[in-house]
Write a protein that binds this ligand. Structure first.
Ligand SMILES: [Zn+2]
Length: 328
């Protein structure tokens, strides 16, 4: 798809296209603009650039206290395309099996999705207004000013959809997650190179797309030796059972005995194939040590950070580690 001609709508945003990767973002200050462009050019040089860019953007989002401009990105990953959108921006992707529309306002952090290929068209628009492609524009690789782009799709943007009503509860979509099955039938994260259960290679020929109930995404290993399977979401704290959502049964209370832990301190959420941690306005903060990193980073409150296998999280005087048998 990336070799196809790209049309664009001139504007004040910045559109950067590299082989295997595109990033479009709204006006930001010079320092942030330089960081975003550096993240894109670095990711473009790596394997699975879509995944690498996603990781960089989540880090930038955390480092900036959640203050990134509206942005859209796509990048190739094994077996398809990873699409990312944050803030006031939308992405529409068409494949053989239909159309997917992602709106950055649907998540506090970032909406991201791996769309199994082949992708027939991809369009990204910043802001609320629809934008029209310029008749004569075409971008191979490079960095230009633009507010929208289209690859392989119609050159005219569709009118923005009506703002959907805010649902009190999660909309009843199809349950489960999309994944792939290895040749032996094990259900896997589509971004993995090897089956997490039997270790067989998930090559293009050896995997079949499927939609099924989400398996456990691994375990939380607490510093006291207890572990909790990640087949549900948890609310961590000294008295998390007081929280309304625990009483409603949408999340499971995980009590941590420590004077520096707040009654309700942090949340562990499951999104697709990813495990996330969010600080819930705690007094002493929630800290993350990325796998292999030597330093702790305090998480901005209310912003979901993705946990990579091996990541360690500190809340008050307690710690836990996220582990999974999945090999990426
Ligand atoms: Zn398998």
């Amino acid at each position: 798809m990336n070799e196809q001609a790209m049309k664009l709508a001139p504007g004040n945003g910045i559109l950067a296209r590299y082989p295997g990767l595109v990033l479009l973002f709204d006006v930001a200050d010079d320092a942030l603009t330089a960081e975003l462009l550096a993240a894109a050019s670095t990711a473009a040089e790596q394997d699975q650039p879509g995944r690498r860019l996603g990781e960089s953007l989540i880090r930038l989002l955390a480092a900036s206290g959640g203050k990134l401009p509206g942005l859209c990105a796509y990048g190739s990953v094994e077996g398809g395309v990873a699409a990312l959108v944050h803030g006031p921006a939308t992405i529409t992707i068409r494949t053989e099996s239909g159309e997917v529309r992602l709106d950055g306002r649907d998540a506090v952090t970032m909406v991201d999705k791996v769309v199994p290929g082949p992708v027939s068209s991809f369009q990204a628009v910043l802001g609320d207004a629809g934008a029209d492609a310029d008749t004569w524009s075409a971008l191979g690789t490079g960095i230009v000013r633009a507010d929208a782009f289209w690859v392989g799709g119609p050159a005219v943007a569709e009118p923005p959809a009506e703002e959907p009503p805010v649902a009190e509860e999660a909309a009843p979509g199809p349950p489960g997650v999309s994944g792939v099955r290895c040749r032996k039938g094990h259900f896997n994260d589509p971004s993995l190179s090897y089956c997490g259960i039997c270790g067989i290679g998930l090559t293009q020929a050896g995997k079949a797309p499927d939609h099924s109930e989400r398996p456990s995404l691994g375990v939380l290993m607490l510093d006291d030796g207890t572990s909790f399977a990640l087949d549900k979401e948890f609310l961590l704290g000294r008295a998390p059972e007081q929280a309304e959502e625990v009483r409603r049964g949408t999340v499971t209370a995980l009590r941590l005995h420590d004077p520096a832990v707040c009654d309700v301190h942090a949340r562990i959420s499951l999104d697709g194939w990813e495990v996330g941690v969010t600080d819930v306005d705690s007094v002493n903060g929630t800290y993350l040590r990325a796998p292999g990193a030597g330093t702790w980073v305090r998480l901005p409150s209310g912003v979901r950070s993705v946990l990579r296998p091996g990541a360690v999280v500190a809340v008050g005087g307690r710690q836990f580690r996220y582990d999974t048998y999945r090999k990426s």
